[in-house]
Ligand binder design. Structure first.
Ligand SMILES: Nc1ncnc2c1ncn2[C@@H]1O[C@H](COP(=O)(O)OP(=O)(O)OP(=O)(O)O)[C@@H](O)[C@H]1O
Ligand SMILES: [Mg+2]
Length: 245
């Protein structure tokens, strides 16, 4: 990997058009048009079953839609090498924390020196340095989640998808993860899409918020507008803690 890559800013706009997914007769996703802005953090929120994970899985190329298109930086080709996903319950390799973080770099044939340097930096940033030699079995949920995030960020993806990464972890680990995401956005311009049930987290992180309900986009706009003066009554109810029926 050329050294210049390190200092470049990058990110990727996503354009979604007429995306549909059904299970039998149940349509779980039906999005006419949605743009995820380049180089920002977009929070996807909505009630259980709204289709948030389905949307992320389709965007990440883990699931096929029935219909519609996704354009990644203007191209319909899924850029698997430039993007990655962190799940609520990440699957770590049964090995050490260090080997897990290094794994994407080994796959991409980075030099041993570069791997050592990147793993060291990420571990320090996420408070994982003392755990590098530990095996992954027996790690706490927060440690697992931070290891998965470090692994995802190690190759500097242009696009990062996160499905409720902080759902079962404590406020301190949550803060470390949020700081890391904001740093990547600031320094690298990484395009980040995060599903969260925590509206306060969406407020702390997001530039853009998308509210999904029953597979449809209720509102997608800048975070400030979303929380203070949304266009839709349903958005106001949702942010106000009322049930959406
Ligand atoms: N394999 C499947 N077969 C049938 N229905 C499914 C399947 N996977 C998901 N669904 C349905 O699709 C809908 C959307 O599910 P999805 O997991 O995307 O929602 P979500 O917004 O991520 O919800 P949560 O907040 O609970 O994680 C739900 O009604 C769910 O029951
Ligand atoms: Mg989900």
């Amino acid at each position: 990997m050329p050294a210049a890559y390190e200092t470049e800013r990058y990110g990727m706009e996503l354009q979604i058009q007429n995306l549909r997914k059904s299970y039998g007769t149940h349509t779980v996703l039906d999005i006419g048009s949605l743009t995820v802005h380049d180089g920002g953090i977009t929070a996807v929120v909505g009630p259980n079953g709204a289709g948030k994970s389905t949307l992320l899985n389709i965007l990440a190329g883990l699931m096929k839609s029935d219909d519609g298109e996704v354009y990644y930086g203007g191209s319909r080709e899924i850029p698997f090498q430039k993007m990655t996903m962190v799940f609520q319950e990440p699957c770590l390799i049964s090995s050490t924390v260090e080997k897990n973080i290094a794994y994407p770099l080994k796959l991409r044939k980075y030099s041993g020196k570069e791997i050592h340097s990147r793993v060291g930096t990420l571990a320090a940033e996420l408070g994982l340095t003392h755990l590098l030699g530990r095996r992954t079995e027996g790690l706490s949920l927060g440690e697992v989640q931070k290891t998965a995030l470090a692994r995802a960020l190690s190759f500097e993806p242009e696009l990062l998808f996160l499905d409720e990464p902080c759902a079962s972890i404590d406020p301190h680990a949550t803060l470390e993860i949020e700081e890391m995401l904001l740093k990547r956005k600031r320094e690298k311009g990484t395009t980040i899409l995060i599903i969260t049930h925590d509206l306060a987290q969406a407020g702390r992180l997001a530039d853009q918020v998308v509210l999904l309900k029953e597979g449809k986009v209720v509102e997608a706009c800048g975070a400030e507008k979303f929380f203070s003066h949304p266009d839709k009554e349903e958005t106001r109810k949702f942010t106000g803690g009322e049930l959406l029926v």
